[in-house]
Structures are given as structure tokens and as C-alpha cells.
Design a protein around this ligand. Structure first.
Ligand code: GRF
Length: 217
């Protein structure tokens, strides 16, 4: 069974979605550890309650990004991960760190990349007036919120939507697509090949990426 290490900074609802999928028997991975850069991250408690090893590597204890990333990698590597899963991990990672985990480091971002990288994605989407918004799971490259796309889910933007409405609608989809990406990886169906995603998935599975509200009747 593949080992995964999940990195969080806060609430950890994507992490919880993976724990729930694992517990339900449809995510056959060993969640070896949950690592946070913030000691107060709420997700740490949920992970510990689920019996998962937790670690804190507090970025404030380090002089710079290089020192922090080295300590973080040393912590992660104790668990010999096949895959490192960024789930609301709010730190920019250095190029050496990203290279160290090339092909086994993935992230989820609450927009349809390459639109709206960075923070406040729902505010950006509302300001642009887009009609379709969503979320993206991608392999991580040294550029922020950038990298080969693994899976995306789309949701409609409805007149009168607030940032909170969009965040909630998209989070439901995040909780589906992120476990799906890890499931593909665990099954050996997903890899990074020369900077391109290789995915052995059927059209049926791909159709599930569209929010039900958007599917043709
Ligand atoms: C999610 O919206 C994710 O896309 C973004 O940060 C948020 C984390 O939420 N990267 P949670 O900590 O998983 O609840």
C-alpha cells in the first residue's frame, strides 16, 4: 500500500475527506503522517483523533525558506512517502524542495487553473464575472499554483453569489476530486511523465468531474 503524507496549515477539511474515504474503504493508502507548519492548525486534532501521526514544523522557528523547507523535508522523509499531498498548506515552497518531490507532490487550488492563482480566488472570479468556477488538483512545480493538471471540477457561478457561497460550493467538489486523484495515484494510474500528466482513466470517470448542476440532462 502506498504511503502518503498530508501537509496542512489550518482547518484540514480536505485531509478529513481523505481520512473518511480511507475509512470507507475506497482510498487504499496508508496515511503515514499529517504535518502542519502551524501548531494551532485545527486539522492536527482531527488527524490525531483518527490515530494518524502528527508533526509540527513551525515556519516561524526558521530564519528563512531554505532552512524551513530542509526541516520540513527531513520531517516528511521519515515517513517514506510515495506521495506528498498539500491540503491547504499555506507556504510557498522552494525549488529544491519541489524538485526533491518531483512527480510525488500534489496540491489542490480553489480555481480552475490557470485562471486565478494565488489568494482570494472567489473574489477574483466574482470580479471577472466568470460563469464557471471550480477547483484543480495538480502536480506542483516551483511556480505558485502552477503545474500539470490532474483533475478539475467545475461549478456554476450564480447571480448574487458571495465569496462564501462559491467557497462552499467548490469545497464540496474539492472533497470529491482530491481523494479521486490520490486513488488514481494509489492504483498506479497516475504519474508525471516529462512534465505531462499520464492518467489511465475512463471517460465515465472524467464525466464525474463536472458538478451535477452543470451536467446536461
Ligand atoms: C481549500 O479551499 C484548498 O483548495 C485551498 O485551501 C483550502 C484548504 O481547506 N488550497 P482545508 O484546510 O482542506 O479545509
Amino acid at each position: 500500500m502506498k504511503n502518503i503524507v498530508i501537509l496542512i496549515s489550518g482547518r484540514g477539511s480536505n485531509m478529513e475527506a481523505m481520512i473518511a474515504a480511507r475509512d470507507a474503504g475506497n482510498l487504499p493508502v496508508n496515511i503515514a503522517a499529517v504535518v502542519s507548519n502551524r501548531p494551532q492548525a485545527a486539522g492536527l486534532r482531527a488527524a490525531a483523533q483518527a490515530g494518524i501521526a502528527t508533526r509540527v514544523v513551525d515556519h516561524e522557528a526558521f530564519a528563512g525558506r531554505d532552512a524551513f523547507d530542509s526541516a520540513l523535508a527531513a520531517c516528511i522523509d521519515q515517513f517514506q512517502p510515495d506521495l506528498v499531498v498539500l491540503a491547504g498548506f499555506m507556504r510557498i515552497l522552494t525549488a529544491p524542495f519541489v524538485r526533491h518531490y518531483e512527480g510525488r507532490l500534489i496540491n489542490i487550488h480553489p480555481s480552475l487553473l490557470p485562471s486565478f492563482p494565488g489568494l482570494h480566488t472567489h473574489r477574483q472570479a466574482l470580479a471577472e464575472g466568470v460563469r464557471i468556477h471550480g477547483c484543480t488538483v495538480h502536480f506542483v512545480t516551483p511556480a505558485l499554483d502552477h503545474g500539470p493538471v490532474i483533475i478539475q471540477a467545475a461549478v456554476p457561478v450564480i447571480d448574487g453569489d458571495t465569496e462564501a457561497d462559491l467557497a462552499a460550493r467548490i469545497l464540496l467538489q474539492e472533497h470529491k476530486i482530491y481523494p479521486q486523484a490520490v486513488r488514481w495515484f494509489a492504483a498506479g494510474k497516475l504519474s508525471l511523465d516529462n512534465g505531462r500528466v499520464r492518467l489511465d482513466a475512463t471517460l465515465d470517470t472524467a464525466a464525474a468531474l463536472i458538478a451535477p448542476e452543470l451536467r446536461p440532462a
